[in-house]
Design a protein around this ligand. Structure first.
Ligand code: GLA
Length: 766
């Protein structure tokens, strides 16, 4: 049960081994006190860093103020380098403000920037009140938790801050997720004044960590190179990752972590925050000259401005914050539990995911009923359970130049519609699913010809095309309503049990011809997407939705609130995939991470890897196939069937077990530069594993990219097992002491040939 202690000087939230502390200073400044391992009691006097003395704008302080300051900060800094100070200064810029404004004292990066109606910027937020409310009310129309564990116990701390001048009232919400060391934060701004103002930036969460001797870890990449781990020491000034393309992007994931330099997979303090949002985001850290690191996440303020009329409100998306004293392994475990137990659509949380066979890399646009039925038949032989008809099935779609928006089956390819194909695939023993790209339209389509005004556009400017397509104006409720009708009809037209929801281009000319405030179009676009996703997933609760965005763009905590699984990357090469999947597991649990076995030579990099390596790279994740099985030899097909069987035998363990990244152990940064050959970090070795919740069994996988000459092989250390027991390596029938595995590990023999993989199945001996 989360515990809340509310006092005159602040608040202390403690839950799941974690504490979060807020303080209120005499002048009404709300400051961040602490975020870390659980405290028995929070005494603000000891928590906030002593500040240096500043010559920056300072406020006059009276006796009472001085007393409050002294209480909070301990002895006043009376001297600098031995020199007596003329008077103590209370500089709001030095305070670890919890939700800083700008222009009325504080000068560091603000959480909220308001332009008053007269064009001035001078916002000073003053604490007004804090209260506890039952339950966990979330931001309007944005991704949020549903049916969270211990929901009865869920309570929210709300803190009101007011800027007298503009009448801006900010309500900060804090929801500690019961039993899970994750804190959800979001904010609402209400105009209680008499004049409109503009919000030019508004974070979901902001807090200061004392001492900037930390590393910053981010997930970066590009198409086919998503979520490569990048690690560097914090430097003075601002450092940030952001997206401006209308999505949370493949380039910079909406996720960051800060850690002690010594932090690795097993040890060290790590803090992280991640937006539950799929649009333009910023995740940033500003290090001030006194070594304080201000950490923030929010909608990207770049090219954003929301006009708030008197009486109106604006909600930020939520951010999920977590702390772990057990390094990145502990951090990921926190996020995985949060996603599994509180974020995924409740219906899919504890359900096995089907083994997919997808038509994309098998046939690309050239799909026909006969080929699909063939693929289903061969798919059944290798253990597939669901056939996905990818791009190319709808009216006139033979390549990527036409037809997005016309979501009826192509009469040439599917003269009798999708029903008979779905039934024939069902006859082969597989369920049937389809690919759609709802948010897009091709200029060459009936939809665009009928509604040229339904695309994002700016008057007087030609619309830029990408992949020959334009972006529908999802900020327009009429468009959302239309799409709801179209996809409701489509999903009712045949026995369709799965949908792959794609989004293949970056936005340009982001204007909404028919709707208001143009400074919020990209954000209202996302509200439209969430509304459509929410309505469709509610209307078709039995349909499994998988997210996708030109590979693994927009793979974030926002989409996972609606789509219980996500296509990780169009990169299907096993070696490249090991790096991408590893990075993705920093926040996403394995069963959400789409991973398919594809053909060799690989279609993206031309690499030839053994069937077993391709299989073992994908198994354990959201497992499937993506290749023309008719082109595969009997031997490889046998390997594929074996991998499917392995997956099915251990599916519950993969879905429920704790996931560990075993190699490399240090969470080192990897190069993200284009064109740099990157066989996984750590000398080309990579390993991960799954340990059952009761630790009764475990599976460990290890991969070696390149063979070394005259090598002794290496070891993969394995932890997380029950150290009071002995385990048996089932395949090799050998006993292993878990302490030995933790300290020394499994031996990886020198490999004969590149791209080798092995696995160990461990059972605890009774
Ligand atoms: C995107 C997806 C692919 C495939 C194609 C179809 O690139 O990531 O998996 O669906 O679109 O056009």
């Amino acid at each position: 049960m989360p515990r809340f202690e509310l006092g005159e000087n602040g608040a202390h939230i403690s839950w799941a081994g974690t504490s979060y502390v807020l303080g209120v200073l005499g002048q009404g400044h709300l400051v961040h006190g602490y975020f870390g391992p659980e405290l028995a009691r929070a005494d603000l006097t000891h928590l906030v860093r002593p500040v240096g003395v500043s010559y920056l704008p300072s406020l006059p302080i009276d006796r009472e103020e001085l007393a409050a300051f002294a209480r909070l900060w301990g002895p006043l800094p009376g001297s600098v380098a031995g020199a007596a100070m003329p008077r103590p200064v209370y500089s709001p810029d030095l305070l670890p403000l919890e939700f800083p404004g700008f222009g009325a004292g504080p000068l560091r990066i603000p959480a909220c920037l308001i332009r008053a109606e007269d064009g001035t910027f001078a916002t000073r937020f003053v604490f007004r009140e804090q209260r506890l409310v039952d339950g966990a009310p979330g931001p309007e129309g944005l991704p949020w938790v549903r049916e969270i564990p211990g929901a009865v116990a869920a309570r929210t701390l709300q803190v009101d801050l007011v800027d007298e001048c503009t009448g801006a009232l900010v309500t900060l919400s804090y929801v500690p997720v019961p039993g899970i060391p994750v804190l959800l934060r979001w904010a609402r701004i209400t105009n209680t004044g008499t004049k409109a103002f503009q919000v030019e930036q508004m974070c979901s969460a902001s807090f200061d960590l004392p001492g900037a001797e930390l590393d910053l870890v981010t997930l970066n990449g590009s198409w086919a190179r998503e979520r490569t781990i990048h690690r560097r020491p914090l430097a003075p000034g601002l450092q940030q990752v952001e997206s401006r393309d209308g999505s949370s992007s493949r380039e910079h994931s909406p996720w960051i972590a800060l850690c002690e330099p010594r932090a690795g997979e097993r040890d060290g303090n790590v803090w992280s925050l991640s937006l539950m949002y799929s649009g333009n985001h910023v995740h940033r850290v500003e290090v001030d000259p006194h070594g304080s690191a201000r950490v923030q996440a929010g909608i990207n303020p770049f090219a954003f401005a929301a006009t708030i009329a008197p009486g109106d409100t604006f909600d930020t998306p939520a951010a999920a914050l977590t702390f772990s004293a057990d390094g990145f392994g502990g951090l990921s475990a926190n996020y995985h539990r949060f996603v599994r137990e509180a974020l995924l659509p409740p219906r899919w949380r504890d359900r096995d995911r089907p083994v997919v066979i997808n038509s994309w890399e098998a046939y690309y646009f050239d799909v026909t009923p006969a080929k699909l039925v063939d693929l289903a038949r061969l798919g059944a032989e290798v253990g597939a359970e669901l056939l996905v008809l990818d791009d190319g099935w709808f009216k006139g779609r033979h390549d990527d130049t036409t037809s997005l928006g016309d979501w009826t089956p192509d009469p040439g390819k599917f003269p009798e519609g999708l029903g008979p194909v779905a039934d024939a695939v069902g006859g082969a023993g597989l369920a049937f699913g389809i690919w759609i790209e709802p948010e897009m339209v091709s200029p060459d389509s009936d939809l665009y010809r009928a509604h040229p005004d339904w695309v994002l556009s700016v008057p007087g400017r030609p619309s830029t095309q990408a992949r020959n397509q334009l972006v529908l104006d999802m900020a327009n409720p009429e468009v959302v309503e239309y799409l709801f009708g179209v996809f409701s009809d489509l999903l009712s037209s045949a026995n369709i049990t799965y949908v792959k929801w794609d989004m293949n281009r970056k936005m340009s000319e982001v204007g909404s011809p028919s709707t208001g405030d143009q400074g919020t179009v990209a954000h209202r676009y996302m509200l439209g997407v969430y509304s459509l996703l929410g309505r469709l997933t509610e209307r078709f609760p039995e349909v499994l939705f998988e997210g996708c965005a030109g590979g693994g763009g927009r793979f974030d905590l926002g989409m996972l609130a609606y789509t219980p699984q996500y296509w990780t990357s169009d990169q299907t090469d096993a070696v490249e995939r090991q790096r991408i999947q590893r990075g993705t597991t920093l926040f996403a649990p394995p069963e959400t991470i789409g991973a398919h076995v594809s053909a060799v030579p690989n279609h993206q990099v031309g690499r030839v890897t053994p069937a077993l390596t391709r299989g073992l790279t994908a198994v354990g994740f959201n497992f499937g196939f993506e290749l023309d099985l008719a082109g595969e030899n009997a031997e490889d097909r046998k390997v594929y069937a074996g991998i499917s069987a392995l997956y099915k035998r251990h599916r519950a363990l993969f879905r429920r077990g704790r996931f560990y990244r075993y190699l490399p152990e240090d969470v080192a940064g990897e190069s993200v530069a284009a064109g740099v050959p990157r066989p996984v970090a750590g000398g080309g070795r990579c390993a991960w594993g799954f340990v059952a919740p009761d630790k009764g069994s475990a599976l460990v996988f290890a991969f070696q990219a390149v063979a070394g000459a005259n090598s002794d092989g290496g070891f993969v250390r394995v932890w997380g097992l029950d150290e009071s027991a002995v385990y048996r390596d089932v395949e090799r029938d050998m006993p292993f002491d878990p302490v030995f595995l933790r300290e020394r590990g499994f031996w990886i023999p020198p490999s004969a040939g590149d791209y080798q993989a092995r696995y160990w199945i461990l059972e605890r001996e009774e």
